[in-house]
Write a protein that binds this ligand. Structure first.
Ligand SMILES: NC(=O)C1=CN([C@@H]2O[C@H](COP(=O)(O)OP(=O)(O)OC[C@H]3O[C@@H](n4cnc5c(N)ncnc54)[C@H](OP(=O)(O)O)[C@@H]3O)[C@@H](O)[C@H]2O)C=CC1
Ligand SMILES: N[C@@H](CC=O)C(=O)O
Ligand code: NA
Length: 432
């Protein structure tokens, strides 16, 4: 019986999970692919470093050539992270006719189309299920399960670290720095966690998701990004008071042939399915014209959950090898990229203001919104400790982003507005 040889790039959080699953599920894997699977070589930075799994030290190497140019190796599993160097490694591996499985959303968001085209040219598979929402099979769900439908909206909680942070801050009142440190210790966060908390990690995943969901080449630069570092305890308090839950939400919406893709902290009604997705869990809510509302839910980070997606992709590669159909899975985008402008983006908006507490302030502010055709769902005005000041918190009716941005700009110029404290989109009401 042929043995399929694997080269592993990386033996950290995810790589250790890959080794564990291949070893502990060997019987199930053999039954599915009809041959045994052997990890031949593992690339690491430091072969002397203590490992999370028991491993024959002879398998470890610091020389990528021991894998990339090793004629015995059929499949390269990349779980090392990084961008430019890793791009070079995978390019070389593909040119040496090796199939690729990767969890690297940083790389796929920037160079996915290029690597997928090279893989197809070389009759190689390149699968990346683990790159978005970890263990949740969302990419296969879009490409296979929903292939017959026209996707019009996706809303995702696709970063486990920030969801873990917001859950602990909202539900346990814990401090941001304390929870971020715990997320790093649990192996959820990136090597550089600013990618998590700044929204960039979620943006990379939304670029990959919307490219597949809308069949349009959406690049990282096409995604508007705002992270969670500016969220205050007052914002969390008011969102709860008004019946919402604050989440870092990736939004991808289509109207006709034009799309919008963004990542931002947003308020969700407590009854929305995404509002109950907590801790490091992820979920992607997908709305299709025919299927209606669907939601994919599960662990978006962590060693074994992510490794499950990686090893499942490896199984598909090996099945394709046995059938002689490698290199035919890449789906090329069908439509030219067309992005919505701010007049085509609709949402409700949350706004928190500090104003001078004088007669007519609220009327002037509501008149300003009325002048832009924007009404209100909710308004709160509460006194502040600060002399002659009060706090106004409001949620608008559905409005265009353009109108809201114009109003916000004028509020900054009003002398009775002391400070525009925060603004957030409200998702999951009215619009799908
Ligand atoms: N952690 C998670 O929950 C998830 C991670 N991912 C993605 O999976 C990938 C791996 O993540 P994770 O396992 O957490 O990362 P870790 O930092 O835990 O592990 C990275 C591994 O790659 C090795 N490595 C890194 N750079 C190099 C290099 N230049 N040359 C050789 N070896 C190198 C490291 O070696 P050494 O051990 O010697 O330092 C380490 O073994 C990333 O792309 C990440 O974005 C995707 C979904 C979830
Ligand atoms: N740092 C990422 C890991 C998975 O992609 C996250 O927190 O989701
Ligand atoms: Na996934």
């Amino acid at each position: 019986m042929k043995v399929i040889s694997i080269g592993l790039l990386g033996l950290g959080t995810v790589g250790s999970g890959v080794v564990q699953i291949i070893e502990s599920h060997q019987d199930k894997l053999m039954h599915q692919v009809g041959c045994s699977i052997s990890i031949k070589k593992i690339l690491v930075k430091d072969t002397t470093k203590e490992r999370l799994v028991e491993i024959d030290k002879g398998m470890l190497t610091e020389n990528p050539e021991d894998i990339l140019s090793n004629p015995e190796i059929d499949v390269v599993i990349e779980v090392m992270g990084g961008i430019e160097e890793t791009r070079g490694y995978l390019t070389k591996a593909i040119k040496n006719k090796k199939h690729i499985v990767t969890a690297n959303k940083d790389l796929m968001a920037l160079y996915g189309p290029e690597l997928l085209e090279l893989a197809t040219e070389n009759q190689c598979d390149l699968f990346y299920e683990a790159s978005v929402a970890g263990g949740i099979p969302i990419l296969r769900g879009l490409v296979d399960g929903l292939s017959s439908d026209r996707i019009t909206k996706m809303m995702g909680i696709v970063n486990g670290t920030t969801n873990f942070i917001l859950t602990k801050m909202s539900k346990e009142g814990r401090a941001y720095d304390d929870v971020l440190k715990e997320a790093q210790e649990l192996g959820f966060a990136e090597a550089d966690p600013t990618a998590d908390v700044g929204g960039l990690d979620a943006a990379r995943k939304m670029a990959i998701l919307s490219t597949l969901g809308f069949s349009m080449n959406i690049g990282l630069n096409d995604v508007e990004v705002q992270g969670i570092t500016e969220i205050s305890e007052e914002d969390l308090k008011y969102s709860k008071k008004l019946g919402y839950t604050m989440k870092l939400i990736g939004v991808a919406s289509r109207a006709g042939e034009r799309v919008e893709v963004s990542v931002q902290p947003a308020l969700l009604p407590e009854a929305h399915p995404l509002a109950s997705v907590n801790n490091e869990y992820n979920a992607v809510y997908v709305y299709g014209e025919a299927v209606g509302e669907t939601m994919f839910y599960g662990p978006g980070a962590g060693s074994l959950p992510t490794a499950t997606a990686v090893v499942s992709d490896m199984v598909t590669v090996i099945k394709n090898m046995r059938l002689g159909v490698n290199g035919r899975s890449a789906v090329s985008p069908q439509y030219p990229k067309q992005l919505k402008d701010a007049t085509e983006i609709f949402a409700k908006f949350f706004l928190r203001l500090h104003v001078q507490d004088e007669v007519g302030v609220l009327a002037r502010i509501t008149n300003l919104f009325a002048e832009h055709g924007v009404g209100f769902d909710k308004i709160l005005q509460l006194p502040l400790d600060e002399k002659e000041s009060s706090e106004i918190v409001l949620v608008t009716h559905t409005a265009t982003l353009a109108a809201f941005e114009q109003i916000k700009q004028k509020l900054h110029d009003y002398n009775m507005v002391r400070e525009v404290k925060s603004t957030y989109r409200v998702e999951g009401e009215d619009s799908k």
